[in-house]
Design a protein around this ligand. Structure first.
Ligand SMILES: Nc1ncnc2c1ncn2[C@@H]1O[C@H](COP(=O)(O)OP(=O)(O)OP(=O)(O)O)[C@@H](O)[C@H]1O
Ligand SMILES: [Mg+2]
Length: 373
């Protein structure tokens, strides 16, 4: 699929901007702070309903405006669709598909798919487990948009269970009436049921992604691997199927119950898990060099692209400012690997940072104007 037109109103630095897009490579070039990333961030938002830079929508709305609009025309094969998202920080966002407003923002998921490479990706390797969980869960949702519902169910169950545990912890501390444990039992089952669904998807994803990531790393940095992707569950065990994982989470919750009531927080479940990234024998986090960490993050993104493409819907590739971070050899290898993509959006501060093989449409971005050059 590819985006044929992007239109923004009061999004980030743009009061209004219209950007017609072609398939193939498009590069946005311009000095720092001119709004290049803002453009590709909007494309990414259509795919994930979130920004790769901030966790809330407020910064996405132009200073002084009260809502932002992202509009995109999307082509998949012969099919053309128009998506509109209205971002209303503090209130519910709204969506339209082909001008029909009988849809929820979540219904937009799956129409645009992106794989976005950005300087922030270094956090996949060096950052907290939450970064890697988000990576996995966003990819799960890109593979199967209905998982957005499972993720939000999980968040809701977790929040309610935490509230219950917190009041139990309070009651304990202040010598109040002890809690009726059967209520907690019910929440354990909810958490284990929804959690098992998420876990099964994560495990399946990792099994598919691992060989692809290993291959991509070998292409970027020959002889530097191998990579290993190891899931580290907070509810340990060999479970693979949803039923097995359900039992596994339930058992771990039972074991953790006393501690959970003391601390007033849920200690077991997919929200406490990690994805361990190994380079050779060693964990990448804490051991890999800066360049190796970068290659690792790029390999994970390239693997995501290969996976989505193999599963039938080629995503838009977004490369935000990544070439400046790479040495010449890796820059060229990465460029060769992505050059044939159906649609590739590249941002760079200077023309020279865009590798030779990525010739295509050029836009200059300066002072709020996006001009074809
Ligand atoms: N909500 C907002 N309202 C108004 N301006 C904003 C908003 N959010 C960001 N900006 C402005 O947008 C600019 C940053 O744009 P962007 O990140 O796209 O730059 P860039 O061209 O990618 O720069 P670089 O080359 O440094 O990566 C900043 O000047 C910032 O002040
Ligand atoms: Mg930028």
């Amino acid at each position: 699929m590819h985006v044929t037109h992007l239109s923004l109103a009061d999004f980030r630095s743009y009061a209004r901007v219209e950007v017609p897009l072609d398939p193939g490579v498009t590069a946005f070039v311009g000095p720092n702070g001119q709004g290049k990333t803002n453009l590709v961030e909007a494309v990414g938002y259509l795919a994930t309903l979130g920004s790769h830079r901030v966790s809330s929508d407020a910064p996405l709305v132009r200073m002084g405006a009260d809502r932002a609009i992202i509009r995109a025309a999307v082509r998949q094969g012969e099919r053309q669709q128009l998506i509109e998202l209205e971002l209303n920080p503090g209130r519910a966002n709204r969506a339209r598909i082909n001008r029909s407003s009988q849809v929820k923002p979540r219904d937009v998921l799956g129409i645009v798919r992106t794989v976005l490479f950005a300087p922030e990706d270094l956090a996949l390797v060096k950052g907290d487990p939450g970064e890697r969980r988000r990576f996995l869960d966003e990819l799960i949702t890109a593979r199967s948009p209905r998982m957005a519902g499972v993720r939000s169910d999980y968040d809701r169950v977790l929040k309610q269970r935490n509230t219950l545990l917190k009041s139990a912890a309070m009651a304990r501390r202040h010598g109040g009436r002890s809690m009726d444990m059967s209520t907690l039992d019910v929440w354990d089952q909810h958490l284990a049921r929804v959690g098992a669904e998420l876990l099964a998807q994560r495990l399946d994803l990792i099994a598919t992604l691992w060989p692809l990531a290993d291959k991509a790393y070998e292409q970027l940095a020959p002889g530097g691997g191998p990579l290993a992707l190891e899931y580290r569950p907070s509810a340990p065990g060999p479970g693979q199927t949803r039923e097995e994982l359900y039992e596994q989470v339930l058992a771990a919750l039972a074991d953790a119950r006393k501690q959970e009531i003391e601390r007033g927080v849920t200690l077991v479940g997919p929200h406490r898990d990690d994805l361990r990234l190994l380079l050779g024998e060693l964990p990448a986090k804490g051991y890999a060099s800066h360049g190796e960490s970068w290659s690792y993050a790029l390999a994970l993104r390239l693997a995501s692209y290969d996976l989505l493409k193999a599963e039938g819907n080629e995503p838009v590739l977004v490369l935000d400012d990544v070439f400046a971070e790479l040495d010449t050899r890796r820059r060229e290898r990465l460029a060769e690997l992505v050059a044939g993509g159906e649609q590739v959006l590249v941002t760079a501060a200077v023309e020279d940072d865009v590798p030779e093989v990525l010739h295509g449409t050029r836009y200059t971005v300066a002072e709020g104007e996006v001009t074809r050059t």
